[in-house]
Ligand binder design. Structure first.
Ligand code: 5GP
Ligand code: ZN
Length: 117
């Protein structure tokens, strides 16, 4: 827990959020400013600033984070099948467009049109 981190506070329940899933390692909630009909954020409960700080020791939980995506997408309104789908985005660092310095994966989807960026 990083006391100066917005997403650590959200994962700890200290700042309210619309939770859709939680387990021992992850907390998943609705983005406050959705870019599409479905816009979820998946965060590890432990503080990791970005993908620039991860290494081989992180492969297992990162793999689990990826495998959570299709389940969460399907359960939260993304259309299944090849004509549906979703985007997974992990903005990394300032030049990568990251605004909150706690690693997070966006799950973005739902019926088009919505901006691809
Ligand atoms: P980034 O640009 O860092 O990849 O994404 C940060 C995301 O967090 C943005 O899409 C933004 O809308 C979302 N966000 C920022 N502050 C909050 C908040 O307090 N609550 C929730 N639910 N989402 C937030
Ligand atoms: Zn944090």
């Amino acid at each position: 827990m990083n006391n100066n981190c917005l997403f650590c506070k959200i994962a700890a329940g200290e700042i309210p959020s619309k939770k859709v899933y939680e387990d021992e390692n992850f907390y998943v909630f609705h983005d406050i400013n959705p870019a599409a009909p479905v816009h979820l954020l998946v965060i590890p409960k432990h503080h990791v600033p970005s993908m620039q700080e991860i290494g081989p020791q992180d492969a297992q939980w990162l793999g689990r984070m990826m495998t959570l995506a299709p389940k969460l997408a399907a359960e939260n309104g993304c259309t299944p099948g090849p004509e549906g789908g979703f985007r997974l985005v992990v903005n990394t660092g300032v030049e990568g467009g990251q605004e909150v310095a706690h690693l997070h994966m966006h799950i973005i989807g739902g019926p088009r049109p919505w901006d691809k960026r």
